[in-house]
Design a protein around this ligand. Structure first.
Ligand SMILES: [Zn+2]
Length: 110
């Protein structure tokens, strides 16, 4: 398992949109995701864990086997964070955004 750092997410975001992997949840509760590589077409399994508020992730791709951090890890973590936020939002645990105030428009002096 690798510890996820902010630069891992920055590296994922720096990828071209056509290179960003597609993430499909296999088990949201157990934090297991299938990550589809757009470049190779391969599908990898990413497992996530949160320990003391820090994210850890493991992947079964070749890069992760060589103790390197692959971009599959932050991709799955982002989807997990989004799913968690959505569940909390639906349960009413997240404050709803305030409605935007309308801008006052100045009336033209005629
Ligand atoms: Zn990987």
């Amino acid at each position: 398992m690798h510890k996820l750092e902010p630069e891992d997410f920055e590296r994922l975001v720096s990828l071209k949109p056509t290179e960003r992997p597609k993430v499909v949840p296999k088990s949201v509760d157990r934090r297991i995701y299938a990550v589809h590589s757009r470049r190779t077409g391969n599908i990898y399994e990413v497992r996530l864990a949160v320990v003391d508020g820090q994210w850890f992730a493991g992947c079964n791709c070749m890069a992760s086997g060589f103790a390197a951090k692959c971009y599959h890890l932050p991709a799955a973590a982002l989807v997990n964070m989004g799913a968690r936020h959505l569940r909390r939002y639906v349960a009413g645990l997240v404050p709803k955004p305030k409605p935007k105030r309308k801008r006052r428009t100045k009336k033209a002096n005629a």
